[in-house]
Design a protein around this ligand. Structure first.
Ligand code: 5GP
Length: 351
């Protein structure tokens, strides 16, 4: 399905500098880009080097970029830990490849590329290269998109989420988690938690009903996919904070997740701004808020770097939480734009 007037767009999931690419036939002909850039494909006639330009760039001259197939293959070869024997049916990577086949006019080129892939020695499904995207704008009567907030412990994600919720309780909602612990007298079922038996919880885990779950003091706690659905069904924007590795399971047509990464500022700014603040060291340790230590700051920076390098290609927006009020304003603006502006989403999210 070619997206806009038969044009094809891709989102780059990695940084590329032709000057550092030994394989490119001519460095001057290369197009450099950054992770997250939207590129328009001008030609895929060559199986190894595609021709592309930056979306919206008035200059009609296209530059060379490595083809998806070529980039996947050389990255997989470079990163031996992800190299696996090629499976015959590869569900994970079929989406883009299939649409690629259908959207190409030159049948011959496609065919050879496809056969090339089949004879490959490696499964390159987990190598982020490009994703075919299309412009999407939410229709007024359409459900809101799921908004996923990710960030390292202590970065202030919960504070930002709380501020957003109280800024408009009619508009924003959060999921109600499930737990197996007994209900306390002041709690009601479906408000603080959905209280279920251990047996049911385990069955639900088996049936992949949870986005994430954990154990605390011999009880299970978890967030179900249905709890996200019920917030969206109330015509609210659903805010969810999860570990970044869960995001890829949420990237479906149904949720159209918009992923916001809350990033810590420099270590110097952390020291200045968090001097008198307290950290809740983990989700399962809520009672024990204690002052930030130098180790907490370093851990936060390190954890943010790992998140960015492993999952950065899934982030739609990065907000640095230096000053809380400034970060909150940026978050609010991002949410407003999410509802009114046109955004690039994977083609697989629109039929
Ligand atoms: P409590 O039983 O005191 O309400 O909560 C115990 C712990 O469970 C808290 O640290 C809380 O943050 C954690 N918890 C609550 N909901 C969830 C959830 O959906 N997933 C996980 N992993 N932990 C949760």
């Amino acid at each position: 399905t070619p997206s806009k007037e038969g044009k094809m767009f891709i989102k780059a999931l990695f940084d590329y500098d032709p000057n550092e690419d030994k394989a490119i036939p001519c460095k001057e002909a290369g197009l450099s880009f950054k992770k997250g850039d939207i590129l328009q494909i001008m030609s895929q006639d060559d199986a190894t080097w595609w021709q592309a330009k930056h979306e919206g760039d008035a200059n009609p001259r296209a530059g060379l970029i490595p083809s998806k197939h070529f980039q996947e293959r050389r990255l997989a070869l470079r990163r031996p830990e992800i190299v696996q024997p090629l499976k015959v049916s590869n569900r994970k990577s079929s989406g883009f490849r299939r649409s690629f086949r259908l959207s190409r006019k030159d049948k011959k080129t496609n065919k050879s590329m496809y056969e090339c892939k089949r004879s490959d020695q490696y499964d390159t499904a987990d190598v982020p290269t490009y994703e075919e995207v299309t412009p999407y704008r939410r229709q007024t009567n359409e459900k809101y998109r799921l908004v996923v907030l990710v960030g390292p412990v202590g970065v202030g994600l919960n504070e930002l989420k709380r501020k957003l919720l109280i800024s408009d309780t009619q508009h924003y909602g959060v999921t109600v988690p499930h737990t197996t612990r007994p209900r306390r007298s002041q709690e009601s079922d479906g408000v603080e938690y959905i209280f279920i038996s251990k047996h049911l919880f385990e069955t639900d885990v088996q049936n992949n009903k949870f986005i994430e779950y954990g154990e605390y003091k011999n009880n299970y706690y978890g967030t179900s996919i249905d709890s996200v659905r019920s917030v969206l069904a109330k015509n609210k924007v659903c805010l969810l904070d999860v570990q970044p590795h869960t995001v890829k399971h949420l990237r479906t047509l149904e949720f159209k997740p918009f992923v916001i990464f809350i990033k810590p500022p420099s270590i110097e700014r952390l020291r200045e701004t968090r001097k008198n603040a307290k950290i809740i060291s983990s989700r399962d340790d809520q009672g024990a808020a204690k002052p930030f230590t130098e180790d907490d700051f370093q851990e936060m920076i390190k954890s943010a770097q790992i998140m960015e390098s492993q999952y950065g290609h899934l982030f739609d927006k990065t907000i640095v939480n230096d000053d809380l009020a400034v970060a909150f304003n940026e978050l609010k603006t991002t949410f407003d734009k999410l509802e009114t502006d046109t955004h690039w989403v994977p083609v697989s999210w629109l039929h």
